[in-house]
Write a protein that binds this ligand. Structure first.
Ligand code: GRF
Length: 222
C-alpha cells in the first residue's frame, strides 16, 4: 500500500513507519512525505531514507495537494504531527483513507490548538491518571473523526509534560505502524479492538500488538 505521511516536526512517527516499510515484506511503502517546513526533522528523515519529499508552499491550496498525492499514486494518508489544517478538498478526496495520530485519549484533550506539549500539560493539569494514544479517521472537524485504535498510557504522580510525552511516544511508535500494516493487509483501514483480556487486572500484555486484534469491520476498502 502506497502511503503518504504529512509531518511538521521531528518525525519520530514517520521513522517508525519507515522502519515498517523496510521490514522486507513489501506491504507498506512510504511513497511520499509532505511538510510545510523544509527544515523539519521529518524531511531529513525522508531524505535519509530516499523517500520523495514535497514541501507544501501554500498549505491552503488543497487542489495542489490532491494533485501531488494522486501523482504519487497514494492510497493512504497519515498525518503524523502535521500542524496545519488539511484543506477540506483533500479530506474529501481521501475520505476513509486518511488517519491522524493524537497523543491522548480522544475525545478528551483534543481539538484546535491541542498539539504537542500542550496536550500533555493539559492532561497533567486535569489530574487525569490515564492518558494514551488515539488514531482516528480525519474528517473536516479537528480530532473528531471515528476512532480506529486507542491505547492507554498511565500518568505517574511525578510526571512532567516531557516524561509523559516520552511514555506516550513509545506507544505511538507501536500503534501507528500496527494500524498502517493492518490497513495494508486488509486493503483498507480496519478498526483495532483490544482483546478482552486487556481489561483483566492480571493481564500485562507484552506489547500493544499482542493485545489488539483487527476487527472484521472494514471501515473503508477504497
Ligand atoms: C506526536 O505526538 C503525534 O501524536 C502528534 O504530534 C507528535 C509528532 O511527533 N500528532 P513526531 O514528529 O512524530 O516525533
Amino acid at each position: 500500500m502506497r502511503v503518504a505521511v504529512f509531518a511538521s516536526g521531528s518525525g519520530t512517527n514517520l521513522q517508525a513507519l519507515i522502519d515498517v516499510g523496510d521490514d522486507g515484506r513489501g506491504l507498506v511503502a512510504i511513497a511520499l512525505v509532505l511538510s510545510n517546513r523544509a527544515e523539519a526533522g521529518a524531511v531529513q528523515r525522508a531524505h535519509a531514507a530516499h523517500i520523495p519529499v514535497h514541501v507544501i508552499e501554500d498549505v491552503t491550496d488543497g487542489a495542489d495537494i490532491v494533485r501531488v498525492l494522486r501523482a504519487h499514486g497514494i492510497e493512504l494518508v497519515v498525518l503524523a504531527g502535521y500542524l496545519k489544517l488539511v484543506p477540506r478538498v483533500v479530506v474529501e478526496a481521501f475520505e476513509g483513507r486518511m488517519i491522524n495520530i493524537h497523543p491522548a485519549l480522544l475525545p478528551s484533550f483534543g481539538g484546535q490548538g491541542m498539539y504537542g506539549m500542550k496536550v500533555h500539560r493539559a492532561v497533567l493539569d486535569s489530574g487525569a491518571t490515564i492518558s494514551g494514544v488515539t488514531v482516528h479517521l480525519v474528517t473536516a472537524e479537528y480530532d473528531r473523526g471515528p476512532i480506529i485504535a486507542q491505547w492507554p498510557v498511565p500518568v505517574r504522580p511525578d510526571d512532567t509534560p516531557e516524561t509523559l510525552q516520552q511514555r506516550v511516544l513509545d506507544v505511538e511508535h507501536q500503534l501507528l505502524p500496527l494500524v498502517v500494516t493492518s490497513a495494508a493487509t486488509a486493503g483498507g483501514i480496519v478498526r483495532l479492538y483490544p482483546r478482552a483480556s486487556q481489561f483483566e487486572p492480571s493481564a500485562r500484555p507484552a506489547s500493544v500488538k499482542e493485545a489488539l486484534t483487527a476487527s472484521p469491520l472494514l471501515v473503508s476498502s477504497q
